[in-house]
Design a binder for this molecule. Structure first.
Ligand SMILES: [Zn+2]
Length: 413
């Protein structure tokens, strides 16, 4: 399978090189069909390539074609080089000719009334936990099932990272049906509490434990002391990568479970609109304009990215299409969810919210989640008009401990 990975990477990189070269030329770059013809030729000339599996190599070209056509749609830009150890994987399409069935269970027929035969992946269930899949050139490969049923997919992808093999079947699952009770939930995402719900629940994305963090630092220290290019250094860095992968896995798992829970229990799910990409921009600046508090900003960026805000929103949308809404974020954390008054001084601290107009007291995150649920951000009223309600707001800055970083225009907590 490692050889499959090497072949797929080689073919992909050839395609990248070809397209990079053609960009400067006048002729247009070869498409998928032409590349497949060239691949056959290359396999004849190159013994190493020819000894590999043709399906794996062709699928690498297909992946490239797909990446090329969706490069702006997905936001990844031009397909880039694949590196050894970092991007190891290959795609396999099914070899079994099986009849296809429509979503209603009826056999699918073509224009002549004959049943449509599709290619599907050969999988077998061994027991409750294990199954096996046929990988061309390797035979049966056992894998651990993460779902109750066997996947009926047309293709699958095998990947290798941090010493672990993964197999992923290309299946688009059905979306989760709405419960139908008309319930609306608002979600306020923050750093101290990952997701505060408008019903008062607080959900936290699991992070690495203190012990795991100190282990990471220990291995980083050892790697730094090891001589450059030594095996010891590689081993230490591999240990760091493994621990960091554990953190990412935990985050993904949490996002999956939480998004399923949200899609199952609520009809409309409202998130405050955050642009995570611009919020986590570096504060470094450039040589002429060095940034301020760069380290603090880097730490904040890491904390934001460790929460998986974007992933939670995306996965909820996948599972509950059309039921996820975005609410403009400004002032959701400063608005009183009881009377609608917006005042900076209402936010007593990171966790405490006391309305300066009506005295409504609540947890600050819960208050903003309620505003999000109501779809209310709104615009602040000018401070002078406070007198109209007979209440003068305390304009002093004594206790207004605003935890907002100056780089970001919108409240974070
Ligand atoms: Zn109020």
């Amino acid at each position: 399978m490692l050889l499959h990975c090497a072949h797929a990477r080689y073919v992909w990189n050839l395609a990248v090189e070809q397209h990079a070269h053609w960009k400067t030329g006048r002729k247009s770059a070869p498409g998928f069909a032409e590349q497949c013809r060239q691949l056959t030729e290359a396999r004849r000339e190159n013994e190493w390539l020819g000894s590999g599996n043709a399906v794996v190599q062709q699928q690498a070209l297909k992946d490239f074609a797909k990446a090329k056509s969706a490069r702006f749609l997905l936001g990844f830009g031009e397909p880039s080089w694949r590196k050894k150890y970092r991007h190891e994987g290959f795609r396999v399409i099914g070899t079994d000719r099986l009849p296809e069935y429509g979503p209603d269970g009826a056999p699918r027929l073509n224009a002549k009334g004959r049943q449509v035969m599709g290619r599907s992946v050969v999988v077998q269930k061994l027991n409750r936990r294990w199954a096996q899949v046929k990988v061309p050139g390797c035979g049966w490969v056992r894998f651990r099932l993460t779902r109750a049923e066997l996947p009926s997919a047309k293709s699958f992808r095998v990947s290798f990272r941090n010493g672990q093999w993964h197999v992923a079947f290309a299946v688009i699952p059905e979306s989760i049906a709405e419960p139908g009770a008309g319930e609306v939930i608002g979600i306020d995402r923050g750093v101290t509490i990952t997701a505060a719900l408008s019903d008062g629940r607080k959900l936290n994305c699991p992070q690495l434990t203190v012990k795991e963090r100190s282990q990471i630092r220990k291995h980083q220290r050892r790697a730094a002391r090891a001589p450059k290019g030594s095996e010891a250094r590689t081993v230490e860095y591999a240990k760091v990568a493994k621990l960091k992968a554990r953190e990412a896995n935990r985050r993904k798992d949490w996002c999956e479970k939480t998004s399923t829970m949200l899609a199952r229990s609520y009809d409309v799910i409202r998130f405050e609109k955050l642009n995570v990409k611009s919020m986590t921009r570096s504060a470094k600046g450039d040589v002429e304009h060095p940034g301020k508090r760069v380290r603090q900003k880097t730490g904040l960026n890491r904390a934001i990215l460790a929460q998986g805000w974007g992933l939670l929103r995306r996965r909820t949308e996948h599972k509950a299409p059309g039921r996820v809404e975005d609410v403009p974020a400004p002032y959701t954390s400063l608005r009183c969810s009881a009377c609608g008054w917006i005042d900076k001084n209402s936010r007593k601290s990171q966790a405490e919210f006391v309305c300066t107009f009506c005295g409504f007291t609540s947890n600050a995150d819960e208050n903003s989640a309620k505003n999000v649920a109501a779809g209310q951000g709104g615009i602040p009223r000018p401070r002078r008009s406070a007198g109209a309600g007979g209440v003068t707001t305390a304009t002093g800055r004594s206790n207004a401990r605003e935890p907002q970083p100056s780089w970001v225009g919108i409240p974070l907590f």
